[in-house]
Design a protein around this ligand. Structure first.
Ligand code: BGC
Length: 755
C-alpha cells in the first residue's frame, strides 16, 4: 500500500505568507479548498451529504442533480432517526465513508442534527428527531461510521436552524437554558463523543448575532467547553462579515464566490492592526490539520461494493419504517387477526402512484443520484405475481385526471382481498429552502382513501413523507398504517419485505404525530415575523410540550408496533454518585423474531424551574427471537438528570425523588420506580435581594436568621401565617419597615456570614 507523507503543519504555518494563509480560509470554487502549490499545500474536495454522496463537477449548479456521480441513497435522516438503532446507523455511516473515500472526497457534509421544532420545517427530512438524545446518539453513530473510513464528517447546521423561512437572516431568539438543553445538546454529544472533523455553522442569527460570527457559539461553547478541535466551515454563503467571522472562530468560508474578496479583507485587517494575525494562524492551523488528516484517504481512494450497499440500504429501510397501527380485521373464515403481515394467499390491489414512482428522498442540497432505485410495486409483484394488480389512484402532477384514476383504483380495491394504498406528500411540498404551510395530505389522496374504504375496509396505508403528516382525519378508515417516511433507494423492496412479513417493523417515532398542527408547541411562534423567531415554548419542544399540556396526540413519541409482542419485567434501579443505572428484562412474548426499542424516561422532582413531565434519557434496540429474554442495562449520568441553570451558567443536579420509567413509548411506560437522588450542590449564595422565603429555604441562612430572630422576639418575620403574605419580599427591604426586630445592616451581616 502506498503511504503518503503528512503535511508539516508547524513548518507550513511559519513559511506561508500572510496572503497565502488568508487564501486558505475560503474555497477555490463550490466544493474545493484552495491549494498553495508553491508550499505543497493541496486542495481537497468536500461534498454533500448527508444520506449519500453528492459529488458534482465544479461547474454544476449547487442543487442540480444532473451530473453528480451515482451513489447509494441511504434512508434520509427522518428514517434513520426512527430506527433508534445506533449500531445500524453506524454501519450506514461506514458505507457513506467508504463511498466518500472512493470518490477521493475529504469531508462528507453531514449529518444534519437540528431539532425538529415544528413539523412544518421544510428540511425535517434531513434531521433525526424532535429529541436531543436521539439526535445526539444517532448523529454520533453516523460521524463515527463516516470517519472510520479516514474521511471527515461535518455536523450541521450549528445552531438553532430549525426552519427554512428566512433562514439566511432570521434571528432565532432562544433563552440559554433552552439552547443548552434542547438545541445545543445533540451537537455537544456528537462533538464530545465522536470528534467530528468539521462543524458547519448555520445561516441564521442566534439571539441577534449571525451564527457565522458568533464568538460564544463558535469558540466559547464549541471549542472551549466541548473541546472541538476541527474546522468550522460556513454554510454555503452564510458569511456576512468575514473578519468578524474569523475572529469569532469560523475558519473556512464556503463556497468561493466572494471568497477571493474576503481573503483580501482578512489581509487588510491584519495589516491595519484590526485583526491579530494569531487568530488567522489558528484558523489556518486547523485547516492544514484537516488536510493532513484527510490526505491519506483522499489520495489513496478506495472501492465499495454497490450491491452490498444497496442491500444495507434495504435492511436499514426495513428497520426505519414505523408500524403505527395494525388492527385485527375479519377474514373470510370469520376469524380475526391483524391485517399485517399480508396473508400470502390474499389478492392485493396496490394503489397509489408512489408505489410505482417512489418518493425516497427530499429536495435540495442533499439530493443524491442513486445507484439504482427500487419501487414497491415491482417488489410486491415479484412475490405476489398475478395476485397483485396496480392502480395509480392519483397523479403526481396537476394535469392528472384524479377522478378517473380514483374510479379505476376503487374497482381494483373492490376486486381484491386487501388494498394497499401508497400515499404521501408530493416532492414539491418538502424541500430545503421553504417550510410547509400545513401538514395535511393532498385532498385527492384523502378522497381516494375514503372511496376505497367504502368498497374494501381491509386497507393498509403506506406513507411517504419527509416530515409528520396529519393522520387524525383519515386514520379511522385504515386498520393498518405503515409510516415509511423517505426510505432511500431500496425503500421499495423494504416496504414489500415488511408487508409480506419477511421483515418485522421495528421503527419508532422520533417525532410525535399530533392530532392537528395547531397542537404543536411551537405553533404560535413559527416561523416568526419581521426577521425574528421567538422560541417561546422554551424547552417544551415536541413530546415535552404535548405531555406538559396533557394533549391527546395521534401517535406519541417513541411509538411503533411490531408483528410480535414484548414484555417488560424485573426493573432494578441503582443510584450512586455517578448517576442512575436502570436494568430491566425484555422478553419477546410473540411468535416472530422482532426488535424492541427499550426507552427510559425520567420525571424530575418538583423543581426550581419549569421542567418537562418526562424526558427520554436512554434507549437501546434489542433483537429477540420468540420466547427469548434479554437483560438491558442503561446508565444515566448525573448530567442526564440535571437542568441548565441560566443564571449560574452551569448544569445543576437537584436533589429529590425522580420517577424512572421504562417502556415502549413516551406514553406506554411499562415499569417504573421512584428513586431518591441526593444533590451535591453547594447552597448557592444568598443574593442581596433574597426574599424571606429564600432565606428560610437556605440551609445556612435560615439557621442564622432563626437564631437572630429568636433573640429579637416575635414579629411578622417569625409568624408563619405572614410568610404567605410577605414571603416574596426581599428580606433587606422588610427589615427597613418600622418596628422590625432587625435592620437592613443586620441582614447584610447575616448574608456575609452565610457565605
Ligand atoms: C445547505 C447545506 C449544504 C450546503 C452545500 C447549503 O445550502 O444548507 O446543508 O451542505 O448548501 O450544498
Amino acid at each position: 500500500m502506498t503511504t503518503f507523507a503528512n503535511l508539516d503543519v508547524p513548518a507550513l504555518l511559519a513559511e506561508l505568507t500572510l496572503e497565502e494563509k488568508a487564501s486558505l480560509c475560503s474555497g477555490a470554487d463550490f466544493w474545493h479548498t484552495k491549494a498553495v502549490e508553491r508550499a505543497g499545500v493541496p486542495a481537497v474536495m468536500v461534498t454533500d451529504g448527508p444520506h449519500g454522496l453528492r459529488k458534482q463537477s465544479t461547474s454544476a449548479d449547487q442543487v442540480g442533480l444532473a451530473d453528480s456521480v451515482p451513489a447509494t441513497c441511504f434512508p434520509p435522516a427522518v428514517a434513520l432517526g426512527s430506527s433508534f438503532d445506533a449500531g445500524l446507523v453506524e454501519r450506514v455511516g461506514q458505507a457513506l465513508g467508504a463511498e466518500t473515500r472512493t470518490e477521493n472526497v475529504a469531508v462528507l457534509l453531514g449529518p444534519g442534527i437540528n431539532i425538529k421544532r415544528s413539523p412544518l420545517c421544510g428540511r425535517n427530512f434531513e434531521y433525526l428527531s424532535e429529541d436531543p438524545l436521539v439526535s445526539g446518539v444517532l448523529g454520533a453513530a453516523l460521524v463515527r461510521g463516516i470517519q472510520s473510513a479516514g474521511v471527515g464528517a461535518c455536523v450541521k447546521h450549528f445552531a438553532a436552524n430549525n426552519q427554512e423561512t428566512d433562514r439566511a437572516r432570521v434571528s432565532a431568539e432562544v433563552d440559554e437554558r433552552t439552547l443548552r438543553e434542547i438545541y445545543l445538546a445533540a451537537f455537544e454529544r456528537v462533538v464530545s463523543e465522536a470528534k467530528p472533523w468539521m462543524v458547519m455553522c448555520s445561516y441564521n442569527k442566534v439571539n441577534g448575532t449571525y451564527a457565522s460570527q458568533h464568538p460564544w457559539l463558535l469558540t466559547d461553547v464549541l471549542r472551549t467547553e466541548w473541546g472541538f478541535d476541527g474546522v468550522v466551515v460556513s454554510d454555503w454563503g452564510a458569511v456576512n462579515d468575514r473578519v468578524a467571522a474569523l475572529r469569532a472562530g469560523l475558519d473556512l468560508q464556503m463556497p468561493a464566490a466572494g471568497g477571493h474578496v474576503t481573503d483580501a479583507e482578512i489581509v487588510a485587517a491584519v495589516r491595519a492592526g484590526e485583526l491579530d494575525e494569531a487568530v488567522l494562524d489558528r484558523a489556518v492551523e486547523r485547516i492544514l490539520t484537516l488536510l493532513d488528516r484527510s490526505l491519506p484517504a483522499v489520495r489513496e481512494g478506495g472501492t465499495f461494493d454497490a450491491a452490498a450497499h444497496h442491500a444495507l440500504a434495504r435492511e436499514a429501510a426495513a428497520d426505519c419504517a414505523v408500524l403505527l397501527k395494525n388492527d385485527a380485521v375479519a377474514s373470510a373464515d370469520g376469524s380475526r387477526a391483524p391485517l399485517l403481515p399480508l396473508d400470502p394467499a390474499a389478492t392485493v390491489a396496490v394503489i397509489g402512484e408512489f408505489a410505482r414512482t417512489p418518493r425516497y428522498q427530499g429536495a435540495g442540497s442533499s439530493q443524491v443520484n442513486p445507484t439504482r432505485l427500487d419501487d414497491a410495486w415491482t417488489a410486491v409483484r415479484e412475490v405476489a405475481g398475478d395476485r397483485a394488480v396496480f392502480a395509480a389512484g392519483f397523479g403526481l402532477d396537476d394535469s392528472a385526471n384524479d377522478e378517473a384514476l380514483r374510479a379505476e383504483a376503487v374497482e381494483a380495491a373492490r376486486a381484491a382481498d386487501v388494498a394497499v394504498l401508497f400515499l404521501g406528500l408530493p416532492a414539491s411540498d418538502e424541500s430545503e429552502g421553504f417550510d410547509r404551510r400545513h401538514i395535511r395530505l393532498p385532498s385527492a389522496q384523502i378522497a381516494l382513501l375514503a372511496a376505497v374504504a367504502e368498497v374494501n375496509p381491509r386497507m393498509v396505508v403506506v406513507l411517504a413523507n419527509g416530515s409528520t403528516v396529519q393522520v387524525s382525519d383519515w386514520a379511522h378508515h385504515a386498520p393498518a398504517i405503515l409510516e415509511g417516511w423517505l426510505l432511500g433507494q431500496a425503500g421499495g423492496g423494504a416496504i414489500a419485505d415488511l408487508l409480506a412479513g419477511r421483515a418485522n417493523p421495528s421503527g419508532r417515532l422520533a417525532e410525535t404525530i399530533p392530532l392537528r398542527l395547531a397542537d404543536n408547541p411551537s405553533h404560535l411562534n413559527f416561523p416568526g415575523e419581521l426577521g425574528v423567531v421567538r422560541y417561546g415554548e422554551g424547552v417544551f419542544v415536541g413530546y415535552r410540550g404535548y405531555d406538559a399540556r396533557e394533549q391527546e396526540v395521534s401517535y406519541p413519541f417513541g411509538h411503533g408496533l411490531s408483528y410480535t409482542s414484548f414484555g417488560y419485567t424485573d426493573l432494578d434501579i441503582t443510584v450512586d454518585e455517578q448517576g442512575v443505572t436502570v436494568a430491566a428484562t425484555v422478553t419477546n412474548t410473540g411468535s416472530r423474531d422482532g426488535k424492541e426499542v427499550v426507552q427510559v424516561y425520567v420525571s424530575p422532582p418538583g423543581s426550581a424551574v419549569a421542567r418537562p413531565v418526562r424526558e427520554l434519557k436512554a434507549f437501546a434496540k434489542v433483537a429477540l427471537a420468540p420466547g427469548e429474554s434479554r437483560r438491558v442495562d442503561l446508565t444515566l449520568t448525573t448530567r442526564d438528570l440535571s437542568y441548565f441553570h441560566p443564571v449560574q451558567g452551569r448544569w445543576v443536579l437537584e436533589g429529590g425523588e425522580y420517577d424512572v420509567a421504562v417502556g415502549a413509548s413516551s406514553r406506554d411506560l411499562r415499569l417504573s420506580a421512584t428513586v431518591t437522588v441526593g444533590s451535591s450542590e453547594p447552597a448557592p449564595p444568598l443574593a442581596e435581594d433574597a426574599s424571606l422565603v429564600e432565606w428560610l429555604a437556605h440551609p445556612v441562612g435560615s439557621r442564622l436568621l432563626q437564631e437572630r430572630l429568636s433573640v429579637a422576639g416575635p414579629s411578622l418575620l417569625t409568624d408563619p401565617e405572614m410568610h404567605h403574605v410577605v414571603g416574596n419580599f426581599p428580606l433587606a427591604r422588610l427589615a427597613a419597615f418600622p418596628g422590625m426586630p432587625i435592620t437592613p445592616a443586620d441582614v447584610e451581616d447575616l448574608r456575609r456570614a452565610a457565605r
